[in-house]
Design a protein around this ligand. Structure first.
Ligand SMILES: [Zn+2]
Length: 497
C-alpha cells in the first residue's frame, strides 16, 4: 500500500518536529564504551558486575609483510594499576623471543598518552619481557595509557611451528607486546614466569582489542577478532579492522594457500579455514566443529563469542586454543584424520575452559587441560554412546597413565608446570587429570556433574578461579566431598580454603 501525498507530508512534518525537539533537548547521550566490541561477543554473557574500566584496552596497528615475515606495529594500551601499591615499572611480555618460538621482537619507542612523553624501556627475563620505567608514580587504581612501537621478525621452519612460517602458513600468536598479568599481591605485582618448552605460553589478563592489519591482498587472514571494515591502502594492499573482547589474547594466521567455508550454529558463525589441497578434511573439520559447538552449548551453556574458527595449523597433530580461534594440527587433515574429531572437541572445549572461565597455565596447568579432555569425552558419549566414551577412558587416559606408573613418570598432578618434563607433561596434565574429572563424573552422575560445570561458568566466567574454587562447587552444588578423589588423582596442596 502506498501512502497518500497528504499522509506523507504529515509524516514529514512530524519528523521535522521531532528533529527540532531533539535539537532543543541537547542532552549528552550516554555512550556505552563496550558498544564497539559487541559484534564479537554476546553481551548477555557478561556478569552483571563486569567492570569495563578495570579491563585493559588495546588499539593496535599492524603492517604484515608475509613474504619477509616482518611485522611493523604500533599499539596504544590503556590499563589500571590493580596492584594496590604505587608502580614505577610496567611489564610487557615479548613472547616471540622465547627460544621455543624462535622469533625476534623489539620495542622501538614508548610514550605516555595523551602527552607523548618518551619513557625508558629495557629487555628483561631473557628478552621475553620489556620493563618500562615511568618518570612519575602510577597510583593504585590510576589509569595509564602507553603508545608502544615495535617490530617483529617471525622465523621460517620445517615441521611443528607455533610461531612463524611452515608449509605455507604464517602463524602469528603473541605478535604484539602483551601487558603482563597483574596480581593483587603488592610484593609481586606482575606475573613474570618464563614458560617451559612443553607448556602453554601466555599468562595474560582479559582485554578488549581493536586491531587494524594492513597486508597484501593475495593473503587470507584468520584472527581471533571479528572483521568490521576493509579498505584499500595502496595498490595490492588492504587494511582490515577487527575487534574482540573480552578476550585473553589476540592471535592471527596468514596464508596465500588457504580457503574457507562456514555455517551457522545456534546463531553463531562457524568457519573452517584450510589449505586448498586439504578440502575433504577442511569440510570434515567444519562438520565436527558445528557438532561440538551444538553439544557444548547444551551441556555447559552458551558460547561467549559470535564466531568460532577452526584453522589448519602447522602444529603437526597438535592443537592450540585461542579465543574464538582454534588451531588444529595439519597432520589431522592428512595422515592422522582419525584423530581430527577428538582434537577439535578438545580445542573447542577450551572456549569454555580457558577463554570463558580463565585458567592459570603456569600454576595449575591441569585444571583447564583436564576439563578440556573430559569435555571431549562428554561430547563423544553424547554423540556416539557409552562404548565410545569407554574407548577414550582406556586408550587415551588409563593406558598412558599406567605406562607412566610403570616407568617412574607418575608424579602428583597438582603442581606448577615446572614440576613436569617433556615426557610426563601430557600424560599427567591431560590424561591423569582427565581421570580425576571422570572419577567425579562417575561418582556424581551426569546430571549433578553438569550442574557443577554450569555453576563454575556462572560464578567464574571472565575470571581466573583456582582449583579450590572448583572443589568448593563440587561440595556445594554437587553435594559431594571431592577430597578423597582429589588426593588420589591430583594431590598437591590446593584443598585449603
Ligand atoms: Zn588443551
Amino acid at each position: 500500500m502506498k501512502p497518500s501525498v497528504s499522509y506523507a507530508l504529515f509524516l514529514l512534518l512530524l519528523g521535522l518536529l521531532a528533529g527540532m525537539m531533539g535539537c532543543q533537548r541537547e542532552q549528552p547521550q550516554s555512550v556505552d564504551p563496550m558498544e564497539v566490541y559487541y559484534p564479537a561477543f554476546h553481551k548477555d554473557i557478561l556478569p552483571s558486575d563486569f567492570d569495563f574500566t578495570r579491563t585493559p584496552r588495546y588499539d593496535i596497528q599492524l603492517r604484515i609483510d608475509p613474504d619477509n615475515r616482518l611485522i611493523i606495529g604500533s599499539q596504544r594500551v590503556y590499563f589500571r594499576n590493580l596492584s594496590g601499591r604505587i608502580l614505577r615499572d610496567i611489564y610487557f611480555r615479548q613472547y616471540p623471543n622465547l627460544p621455543q618460538l624462535g622469533g625476534l621482537m623489539k620495542l622501538t619507542s614508548v610514550r605516555t598518552l595523551p602527552d607523548g612523553y618518551a619513557v625508558g624501556f629495557a629487555p628483561e627475563l631473557e628478552n621475553t619481557a620489556a620493563r618500562i620505567t615511568l618518570i612519575d608514580d602510577l597510583q593504585p587504581d590510576q589509569e595509564l595509557g602507553l603508545e608502544i612501537n615495535f617490530e617483529i621478525v617471525a622465523p621460517q621452519k620445517e615441521g611443528y611451528v607455533l610461531f612463524g612460517e611452515s608449509q605455507g602458513i604464517l602463524s602469528l600468536p603473541y605478535a604484539y607486546p602483551m601487558l603482563a598479568r597483574q596480581t593483587a599481591d603488592p610484593t609481586q605485582p606482575w606475573r613474570l614466569e618464563i614458560p617451559p618448552v612443553f607448556a602453554d605460553i601466555a599468562i595474560t589478563d582479559l582485554a578488549f582489542y581493536s586491531v587494524t592489519v594492513t597486508l597484501p591482498d593475495d593473503y587470507l587472514m584468520v584472527t581471533s577478532g571479528v572483521e568490521l571494515t576493509q579498505s584499500v591502502t595502496e595498490p595490492g594492499w588492504s587494511s582490515h579492522r577487527f575487534v574482540t573482547g573480552p578476550a585473553r589474547e589476540w592471535t592471527m594466521m596468514v596464508s596465500k594457500e588457504m580457503t574457507s567455508m562456514g555455517q551457522t550454529v545456534d546463531g553463531n558463525r562457524v568457519n573452517s579455514y584450510y589449505l586448498a589441497t586439504d578440502e575433504v578434511s577442511g569440510k570434515s573439520a567444519l562438520a565436527y566443529a558445528a557438532a561440538v559447538l551444538r553439544i557444548y552449548d547444551r551441556l555447559f551453556g552458551p558460547y561467549a563469542y559470535t564466531q568460532l574458527d577452526i584453522v589448519e595449523a602447522p602444529t603437526r597433530y597438535l592443537g592450540m586454543e585461542y579465543p574464538k580461534l582454534n588451531y588444529i594440527g595439519l597432520d589431522t587433515y592428512r595422515s592422522a584424520t582419525e584423530s581430527q574429531e577428538f582434537l577439535i572437541a578438545h580445542e573447542i572445549a577450551h572456549q569454555w575452559w580457558y577463554a570463558l572461565v580463565g585458567s592459570d597455565p603456569y600454576d595449575y596447568p591441569w585444571l583447564d587441560e583436564g576439563l578440556a579432555e573430559h569435555s571431549s569425552l562428554l561430547y563423544m558419549e553424547t554423540l556416539y554412546g557409552p562404548e565410545a566414551a569407554n574407548r577414550i577412558r582406556t586408550q587415551r587416559w588409563e593406558l598412558p597413565v599406567q605406562w607412566a606408573k610403570d616407568h617412574g613418570y607418575d608424579i602428583p598432578v597438582g603442581q606448577k608446570v615446572t614440576a613436569f618434563n617433556s615426557t610426563n607433561y601430557e600424560v599427567m596434565v591431560y590424561a591423569k587429570s582427565a581421570l580425576f574429572f571422570d572419577s567425579l563424573y562417575q561418582a556424581m552422575g551426569r546430571e549433578a556433574y553438569l550442574e557443577v560445570l554450569q555453576a563454575f561458568i556462572q560464578r567464574y566466567r571472565f575470571q581466573t578461579p583456582k582449583p579450590r574454587d572448583f572443589l568448593a562447587l563440587v561440595k556445594e552444588v554437587g553435594g559431594m566431598d571431592p577430597a578423597p578423589l582429589y588426593r588420589e588423582w591430583i594431590g598437591g596442596a590446593d584443598l585449603e580454603p
